[in-house]
Write a protein that binds this ligand. Structure first.
Ligand SMILES: *Cc1c(COP(=O)(O)O)cnc(C)c1O
Length: 415
């Protein structure tokens, strides 16, 4: 069965909870052992002192280690990415930073794509160096050979330990080749050393792109975005093989940044409608992009659906990696900051806010908001200018979204 058919029931046994059709909230810090022998057996497994026996599951001990609300959520999340295991976190940033800390150590080199989400960028540039961890970056569109050269030029190629990418890039929808990134990892992996590839898949969510199928080792989400999808919860997730997620969960236990049981409930509820929400959002985005493409006051539209054969590698990567054209659209309004701000201030239905992937449509100004921290020269190179507006398309009736954009553009160009 497909994931959307299993989102209401997978991993939950009503007979363990008085027949309740929905899993209750296990608002408990600790769990009672049936006997001292059972407690001993649970701890042996939890601390890796022995392997699980055939069919044995990790027993419930303490909610920082495991909790039914999170376990059921994690099991359901694995279905979309066809991952062996999942770890959920109290935010997307805690998922990302836990992975960076688990797979990097002092002296190591990290390779990243750019631009990255502002929080990830800050952690890599300002926090990791305090632990003696260096980084180099490549830009979307650079070839495999050019990227290999960047790593070699760093003088620390033998220290490369992790590749961290984000695709499509925010806010321009430029694509990074996931399979190609793993080839770069393999190129530098010598003498049995593993170089892992982690992909922040927040922008496409678990329905539209499956990085593990393109040879990524770890996939990361801000579950605050499409997975949560209602702008009412902050959460994160990391998925991959049993071996790697066991490591991630190990560090999570000691950082203590797992999500709480209420987050488990909210995200399980969100997952039931994930597919229908994202289907509608992708369809609405197509209609909105078509409107923007034909509007005389719009200079350029950044949307995956606009890629054609003329775009070469980008078009090929889109066809290989993405199931849809997504729900994120950026566009340049004719003019500059004045017109962009007049547009944003004139919206009636669409809310002026950062974040993305929610049921309500959102608009924001990357140059002065989400991407204000990017070096101005670099920002120009990435085409993030004063006239750019980013839209996250929601589930409203598409003609209402289009009418709102249309009236705001009319006001903006007359201002
Ligand atoms: C929002 C976001 C994050 C951070 O997630 P939080 O849940 O806010 O911690 C990371 N990556 C991307 C691409 C995001 O959009």
């Amino acid at each position: 069965m497909r994931p959307e058919s299993l989102m209401m029931s997978f991993g939950y046994k009503p007979e363990l909870s008085e027949g309740a059709i929905k899993s209750p909230i296990f608002q408990t810090s600790t769990f009672v052992f049936k006997s001292a022998e059972e407690g001993k057996a649970f701890f042996e497994v939890a601390y890796g002192h022995r392997k699980k026996n055939e069919g044995e599951e990790l027993g419930l001990i303490y909610s920082r280690i495991n909790n039914p609300d999170l376990e059921i959520l994690e099991n359901r999340l694995t279905l979309w990415d066809e991952a062996e295991e999942c770890a959920v976190f109290e935010s997307g940033m805690s998922a990302i930073t836990t992975v960076l800390l688990e797979f990097l150590k002092p002296g190591d080199l990290l390779l990243t794509s750019t631009p990255l989400y502002g929080g990830s960028d800050h952690f890599i540039k300002k926090i990791l160096p305090k632990f003696g961890i260096d980084y180099v970056s490549f830009k979307v569109g650079q070839t495999k050979e050019e990227i290999i050269e960047i790593v070699n030029q760093s003088g620390k190629a033998d220290k490369l330990a992790l590749i961290f990418i984000e695709t499509p890039a925010n806010p321009t929808n430029d694509l990074v080749d996931i399979r190609g990134s793993k080839e770069i990892a393999n190129y530098f992996a010598k003498d049995g050393k593993q170089i892992y590839l982690a992909v922040d898949n927040t922008y496409m969510g678990p329905v539209w792109q499956h990085p593990l199928k393109h040879n990524a080792d770890l996939v990361l989400y801000s579950a605050t975005k499409y997975i949560g999808g209602h702008s009412d919860v902050i959460a994160g997730a990391c998925l991959g093989s049993k071996e790697l997620i066991t490591r991630v969960k190990g560090l999570r236990t000691f950082l203590g940044n797992m999500a709480g049981p209420w987050t488990g409930l909210l995200l399980r509820r969100s997952l039931e409608s994930l597919k229908v929400r994202m289907d509608t959002q992708a369809m609405n985005a197509e209609k909105v992009a078509a409107f923007l493409n034909s509007n005389q006051h719009v200079e350029k539209v950044y949307y995956l659906g606009n890629l054609t054969e003329k775009d070469g590698a980008q078009f090929e990567i889109r066809n290989r990696q993405c199931n849809t054209n997504g729900g994120m659209i950026s566009f340049d309004i004719k003019g500059c900051e004045k017109e962009a701000f007049a547009f944003l201030n004139s919206l009636k239905l669409i809310k002026l806010a950062v974040s993305l992937g929610s049921t309500e449509s959102l608009a924001e100004h990357p140059a002065t908001m989400t991407h204000v921290d990017v070096d101005p020269e670099h920002r120009k190179l990435l085409s993030i200018t004063e006239k750019m507006i980013r839209l996250s398309i929601g589930v409203e009736y598409y003609n209402d979204i289009i009418d709102d954009i249309n009236q705001a553009i009319e006001i903006a160009v007359l201002s």
